[in-house]
Design a protein around this ligand. Sequence first.
Ligand code: ACO
Ligand code: OAA
Length: 382
Amino acid sequence: MTTAPAQAEAVETPTIYKGLAGVVVDTTAISKVVPETNSLTYRGYAVQDLAEHCSFEQVAYLLWHGELPTDGELALFTQRERASRRIDRSTQAVLQRIPETCHPMDIVRTVISFLGTEDPDEELSTPEANYAKSLRMFAVLPTIVAADMRRRRGQDPIAPHHGLGYAENFLNMCFGEVPDPVIVRAFEKSMVLYAEHSFNASTFAARVVTSTQSDIYSAVTAAIGALKGSLHGGANEAVMYDMIEIDRPDRARAWLNAKLDANEKVMGFGHRVYKNGDSRVPTMRRALHDVSAHLGETRWCDIYTELEAAMGERTGIKPNLDFPTGPAYYLMGFDVASFTPIFVMSRITGWTAHIMEQVASNSLIRPLSQYSGQPQRSLTSA
Ligand SMILES: CC(=O)SCCNC(=O)CCNC(=O)[C@H](O)C(C)(C)COP(=O)(O)OP(=O)(O)OC[C@H]1O[C@@H](n2cnc3c(N)ncnc32)[C@H](O)[C@@H]1OP(=O)(O)O
Ligand SMILES: O=C([O-])CC(=O)C(=O)O
């Protein structure tokens, strides 16, 4: 005769990977992060080389198609992107309708969601349909972000300029002129560096939504929501607010010590995957220095250096990409609240590449959880 195992023996406690840390959930051919060698590649190319030698349009093409474009392919791609930059009247009306007081990420999230409602092919997720939608979002996002920034400054929007490249056109729509090539190149580098980073939280959110066979606009809307948080993309804004509060390099150490003594996180430092420095930081730090030298304004670079040194000495934790990008965008003249929407303009390429990869090899993403609530009880005995 066999006896039933005791209740306690029957329940095995599973290993819980809080925050999915260290868990490999799928394969991807889009990018590779190797923290041990501090390397990041997009489709096999080192991100530093892409940032140095390629336009953002070339990198977008690479992420979507798997190969860099030939001259002919780039010309066609560019033509299509430039022809899709304008927003129609109904989208402009939505933009005007949202209160100026809300965070610009809410604007971007809402407008992308609205674009879905206007697309007669919203539910179509063939590779061709999703590619067309990705290209449209890529083309239109700078127009939305620039129009919103100008609206909050009490300025009229500037229409996209068909004759300008992606970076020049965005800067022109923000400031009414194309700045010096030093600024344009630094901005374009930030776009390349921000474009893609494997299964980060926002990309994973997009893949989760896609895995239910939902549409690409819904997936991107979810990704924007995930990027907004200050532990992810929102950190670039938080970094700059902190630097403004610090104000002078000689105040950086005391500020940092007070922050750490209060057990608070220092924004722009640390990373879930890189524990020995973010592969993108050296390139972006150089871009920040280029902008700073060009403008003859060294204050933010000096605060950067002080904070990095003090944080290193006290915790050993290194900056992530948001740390140099925050002051670089500030020096370029952007409003701090627009920094994360600018990140969206870049990451739309990585998100949509992942959405298309998920569609091509889908399995519903649905992990398990360990129940920690009340034991089963009877309603009648309550
Ligand atoms: C583009 C991007 O999204 S890059 C990330 C942008 N985000 C930020 O800059 C926000 C600040 N950084 C952080 O909060 C974290 O480093 C994260 C969320 C990015 C990654 O963190 P995780 O891998 O989850 O590690 P976790 O937060 O558990 O940190 C491990 C330890 O380092 C400490 N730590 C990590 N980052 C920081 C930080 N920025 N400031 C102070 N302490 C930190 C934690 O307090 C923790 O210490 P403990 O073990 O004594 O409790
Ligand atoms: O990978 C991450 O967790 C966050 C990050 O750096 C990114 O999304 O660029």
